[in-house]
Write a protein of this length. Structure first.
Length: 165
């Protein structure tokens, strides 16, 4: 959304910093995945941005894109209803090349992609005041693209989730 994630910052004594923003309800939805190459264990971040709330068709199209880059696909998702419907449709189309593992109903600590969001929001875009949705789109794209193949950071997200590669 166009509201800043307010983080602690430095300021001269007695001069409290203020962030002035306007209350628009425009939003940017992002679907993302971290892929692991089976042979070299190389990580890569894939993402797609939408200017509306994610729908099943958006998630299905994203999963289909991932499937075209990998011969076999293991998908690990949370149990959001949009994810469940999209995976059901993907499995109906590709029953032999897609395997699905479900995370518990509410377990963001087990999901490495949740760490991607946290890093984008609380590190790269902390205290960021966008002028409009185009500015948010550019900032999020820049943040995610910068981390797309950053092996140390992506591996740290897996380590934080307690997952071995």
């Amino acid at each position: 959304m166009l509201h800043p994630v307010v983080r602690r910052t430095w300021a001269p004594r007695g001069q409290t910093p203020t962030l002035r923003c306007w209350h628009r309800h425009d939003r940017l939805s992002v679907v993302a995945a971290i892929t692991v190459s089976p042979r070299h264990h190389r990580l890569e971040l894939w993402f797609d941005l939408h200017r509306h709330n994610l729908r099943t068709d958006d998630v299905l199209a994203f999963l289909q894109t991932l499937r075209h880059h990998r011969r076999h696909l293991l998908v690990v998702l949370d149990r959001w209803s949009v994810h469940r419907v999209a995976v059901r449709q993907l499995l109906a189309r590709n029953p032999r090349t897609v395997q699905v593992e479900w995370l518990p109903a509410y377990a963001p600590d087990l999901h490495p992609v949740e760490r991607v969001w946290a890093h984008t929001n609380y590190a790269d875009l902390a205290n960021y005041l966008p002028d409009d949705l185009d500015a948010v789109t550019a900032a999020v794209t820049h943040s995610l693209a910068a981390n797309r193949t950053e092996q140390t950071l992506l591996r740290a997200f897996f380590t934080h989730a307690g997952l071995d590669l």
